[in-house]
Design a protein around this ligand. Sequence first.
Ligand SMILES: Cc1cc2nc3c(=O)[nH]c(=O)nc-3n(C[C@H](O)[C@H](O)[C@H](O)COP(=O)(O)OP(=O)(O)OC[C@H]3O[C@@H](n4cnc5c(N)ncnc54)[C@H](O)[C@@H]3O)c2cc1C
Length: 402
Amino acid sequence: MLNGNICERTDIAIVGAGPAGLVAATCAARTGVKVSVFEEHGIIGLPTHCAGLVSIRGFKKLGFYPPSNVVLNKVRGAIFFSPSGHSFVVEGKKDQAYVLDRILYDQFLALKAEKAGAKIELACKVNDVFVNRNKVFIELVKGKREKIVTTKVLIDAEGVKSVISSRLGFSKPQSLLPAVQFEMENVEVYRDFVELYFGQKIAPGFFAWIIPTSDSSARVGLAAKSKPLNLLKKFLRSNKQVLNRFRKGKIVRVIGGTVITGGPISRTWDSRVLLVGDVAGQVKPTTGGGIVLGSLCSIIAGRVAGEFVRNDLPVSFLSNYEKTWRKLFGREFRSMKILRTLLNFLSDKTLDKLFLYISRYEFNEDLAKYGDMDFQYKTILRSLSNIKALAVAFLTLLSQLV
Ligand SMILES: Cc1cc2nc3c(=O)[nH]c(=O)nc-3n(C[C@H](O)[C@H](O)[C@H](O)COP(=O)(O)OP(=O)(O)OC[C@H]3O[C@@H](n4cnc5c(N)ncnc54)[C@H](O)[C@@H]3O)c2cc1C
């Protein structure tokens, strides 16, 4: 390994030009150091593997606000369906989330990174990495050419496949679910609402989603423990709420991907390496959404790495990345993981009862008032401190046992 000639030096090298890598690149470059991003594909944003639903509050926190051409639709709330069709609506007064063109969003982030001074090399795959006390050696392949780049810090944002991180001895994200999504036209949707369908027979371990992209088009997808394509076809063929509205629909694109529901891995930095985004498991275990929290962690990684290089600090300074993101978001990830475990444990019968209780006792109004798509800890806590919610949780769990 690593037989090529050293031909380049950089201060911070980033593997992968997805949202995590590009946000980290922008923040690192803003500190005035040399940043290089290596992306194996020839076009930023392709192949896509996302439903593109991102909360507006999340964007406000992030500061990487998408321009209007990137936003396909805005939604005000969500309709939740139980296995046998009980439903409740969580509705905000204003728009709550954007439905993004994910390709254009990633390209918008790439422009930002370049404007900040980062250099992005496309069609350039990181093949191997070797870390010693003073630097990191990166073996790259671009077409038929191989080259070696040295860097002071490596930020690994390679996404869920975790090839480089595994070689470096990091653990892989856990509880991975295969997912499939159809982009459909000529369908009837509720343009202001996403639809979420729960049930062990519909999507064991997760849920099915319908995300409207216009008055007559939508992303319809599903993640599950296995066979998501079969389950998605069955869902469209047989779900009473969906069947008639989607009967004449035309599938214009099919995408696949992997949803992470196990939360962050145990350690996200070592020596001169920081892991950000999906490779670090920085994804909400409840919904599989990784854009906001992964990018928030990437901001920290970019800044810490930039400061480390600019001020020539000891390697131990890089541990501030992990300390900071865990302090800010560790509790969020933990509480969402507990909720995901609980949801996975509930039978269809119990889910049906729970949905009925929620609509009957109008918890959905509380959820609309206090809920946050990204920061769910306070919502979970508020629900548990609510005596009605406790009674419901108790009854529901009790019914699970009998
Ligand atoms: C079906 C599905 C729907 C989703 N829907 C949503 C949603 O609605 N909202 C949301 O917030 N999240 C959603 N997510 C999650 C979201 O897509 C991810 O959390 C997000 O893309 C993670 O960003 P990332 O930069 O960490 O990784 P990625 O976006 O995967 O980017 C990694 C990049 O690294 C590159 N790369 C990998 N290995 C190498 C290498 N060796 N050399 C060079 N380049 C390399 C890849 O080509 C890729 O461009 C969804 C995921 C799936 C699967």
